[in-house]
Ligand binder design. Structure first.
Ligand SMILES: [Zn+2]
Length: 269
């Protein structure tokens, strides 16, 4: 197990260094929480009565997630799988159904994670998390699309990032588009200043427009921001929607934000 973790970590360092990204691995300046969270996995059956994902596949994504949360000494363990017989919840049609699922199945003192086949109202992300859900674990939860997480296991870490209060790096719903020079980084984009502005628009063609066809994780987008500056995003940041193979971690400020949300929620855990 230890050897496996070192290998995963080594692989991450290698791919991150390849692209010259400044993402964090271990840093003494980060808080260390020594906290293990229990995950309750809710797995619906599909219309053929098959489970949407198996235990080994969930465990593999959790193992990956544990690598990325280790810099702040947080771990996740799978405590139970709850099989949901109602195949309707394999593809929740709207937020009402999402709320129903949580009301019916959630348990306290757990991070409740559902594994539907698809979420039609979330076309681009690999799942859906209630933002800062960690603060209200009885009410809030996470959904991760099973086919997505099987092929892109880091998507679980991405959704967990949302549950710990992080926004997508390309986010512009709250404060508008972040400028390349970072002058509005506290109030625009993902509201985090050590994640460079990310111009990706969900649904846009990725390969050929944002990323090189030849070297997948090489950013080639030629659009500029309102100050005519070219974008230089970290395509390796966990909170992007760039391919899983490019993703290699969170930044220091993202870790600090997650730590802050946890501190505010500690009473619930
Ligand atoms: Zn996201």
């Amino acid at each position: 197990m230890k050897i496996k973790t070192i290998l995963i970590f080594g692989g991450i360092l290698l791919s991150c260094n390849m692209w010259g990204q400044q993402l964090h691995n271990r840093d003494k300046a980060l808080p260390c929480f020594e906290k293990t969270f229990s995950i309750l996995a809710h797995v619906p059956k599909d219309t053929f009565g098959e489970l949407t994902i198996n235990e080994a596949q969930i465990q593999a994504a959790i193992d990956t997630m544990n690598v990325y949360f280790s810099p702040i000494c947080m771990r996740f363990e799978l405590c139970e799988i709850n099989v949901i017989d109602n195949f309707q919840y394999a593809i929740p049609r709207n937020t009402n159904e999402w709320t129903q699922m949580k009301v019916k199945y959630q348990q306290n003192n757990r991070i409740n994670v559902f594994f539907p086949l698809d979420i039609p109202w979330v076309p681009f992300d690999c799942g859906y998390s209630d933002l800062s859900g960690l603060e209200f674990p009885q009410r809030d939860g996470i959904m991760v699309k099973s086919p997505c997480i099987i092929n892109r296991p880091k998507s679980f870490s991405h959704e967990m990032g949302h549950y710990f209060g992080l926004l997508d790096t390309h986010e512009e719903m709250l404060g508008g588009r972040e400028a390349v020079d970072g002058s509005n980084c506290e109030t625009a984009g993902d509201l985090i200043c050590d994640t460079p502005a990310d111009p990706y628009v969900p649904g846009d063609t990725l390969i050929g427009k944002y990323l090189s066809e030849e070297f997948l994780c090489r950013f080639i987008f030629t659009g500029r921001d309102r100050n005519s500056q070219y974008y230089v995003p970290d395509v390796g940041n966990m909170m992007t929607l760039y391919p899983d193979t490019c993703r290699c971690g969170f930044t220091q400020q993202q870790y600090l934000k997650m730590g802050e949300v946890y501190r505010g929620a500690e009473g619930s855990w």
